[in-house]
Design a protein around this ligand. Sequence first.
Ligand code: URA
Length: 211
Amino acid sequence: MDKSSEWLNIVEAVKECKECPLHKFRKNPVPGEGSLNAEVMLIGEAPGRREDETGRPFVGAAGKYLNELLSKAGLKREDVFITNVVKCRPPNNRDPKPEEIMKCSRHTNRIIKLISPKVIVTLGNHSGRYVIEYLGGGRWYGVTRARGKVHDLMVLGLRVKVLPTYHPAAALYNPKLKGNLEMEYVRLGEQVTSVNSGRRSKGRTLLDYFT
Ligand code: URA
């Protein structure tokens, strides 16, 4: 099956999904969007109000900031693929529960396998724990300790560099986090460039910065 057909099947499965209580509260499910051939995949937490209204990930305030962060990496939204660990909005934007994340994992994992990214950027604690601990078999000590390092992991049979970062909303809430977060995206861009050109870029690379 080609990638577009598999993506349409995933979208349909998410629309029909009633595996966890979150489906009762949604206006629209938010399966994700972006390039099906992306090398970089970003995994956030959960849709908020604007995402629930539009059915698209990261279109609210955190999404605007995420677009700025991506531009620091020399990337546009359409170059990457973006999804969340849960595809339906939790009531009052509460945190997704572990059992909701696990129920949604059948969609999340299908999306990761479809995209087969080289780099996964996890946004915040829930996503970091899911990818690094649950899928990657690593230990999760929280985003503050995990960020700033490349975690080279096997994720669903794929060798992936996982970059845990703060959630963009955390940096909007606490602007002191912005410096580190923005630098992570600058270095992400350097890494993507060096992968694509088949040679390491001059000066410090993402690996130099994160390890
Ligand atoms: N925050 C998230 O984690 N995901 C979205 O889609 C929007 C805001």
